[in-house]
Design a protein around this ligand. Sequence first.
Ligand code: ATP
Length: 360
Amino acid sequence: MNTYRIATIPGDGIGKEVVPAGKEVLEALARTSNSFKFEFENFDWGADYYREHGVMMPTDGLDAIRNKDAILFGSAGDPDVPDHVTLWGLRLKICQGFDQYANVRPTRILPGIDAPLKRCTPEDLNWVIVRENSEGEYSGVGGRVHQGHPIEAATDVSIMTRAGVERIMRFAFRLAQSRPRKLLTVITKSNAQRHAMVMWDEIALQISKEFPDVKWDKELVDASTARMINRPASLDTIVATNLHADILSDLAAALAGSLGIAPTGNIDPERRYPSMFEPIHGSAFDIMGKGLANPIGTFWSVVMLLEHLGEFEAAKRVMRAVETVTADPSLHTGDLGGKATTAQVTAAVCALVEKVPVAA
Ligand code: ATP
């Protein structure tokens, strides 16, 4: 029997509601399996921890989760703590500390979800966005001088390294190759940014030669927003820089019906460290503590976590349960125009997951 050690980090806001819901689904799954089980450890890091200790997580926090098989994360964000503190103090600390350089964001229109694009069928929109997650515009390099004076100056320097670009391109081409359409779009802005983005393009061309069976094209980031709306079926796997993919994946989530549905994985493809899975939404303070958060984004993240552990059958079972639940409008939460609670959606998914036991 395999025992998977999972760190749960609910963080802030509705993270505290959806991560326990995700854990419930994993527990339901484990009850029907005689081949694997989970050992959970919870970490109360986040803005409340910050208020008490002055840091979002302990300085030696990474050591406490280093040996886990995966991390299930909620969100980081608080109305009373600056966003750059919550983000850099927790989520990015883990992403960078564990070199989770590939951020993978699948988008599909799930059954029963009313997506905003009128001329788009669920078959037309089935994308995976690969976001470079370790450098680029979010390298954290920069500075601020003469604060408050008229001569104040500030920089955020985008750093792109050959090693960083090569590894994300290779990851994206490999992912595209593993999907039925074997189609990759490389997002760029090399018309305006004539140094790093030109290197990005050159490396894409270089790595493409390793994957002759993958069809690929290049698209400027501004044009790609229009293409996502006008020609969604022309896209499949998409690779973009940290900033570009951050923006495009929120657009993708909205086009698929709701921010509450979309999942993501922060992956260390070399498996030196644990990878981290989380819904893409934030803390949603407007609905926190009311039991109204849509847990589907977390459940889909649980599917990605299971795939990462190599538990493909179990992952399929959770995904089927999620699709059955989204197909039923009486199980839609407020963000989808329904009245269901987090607890009702979670109970429905758990019941379906437990219905068909996994073969040993
Ligand atoms: P943060 O600052 O942490 O990113 P935010 O509140 O600015 O958080 P999000 O949490 O990403 O931004 O969400 C924006 C809005 O979308 C929320 O105010 C909420 O109404 C809605 N929303 C997001 N996630 C969910 C969810 N899981 N269930 C229901 N509604 C959601």
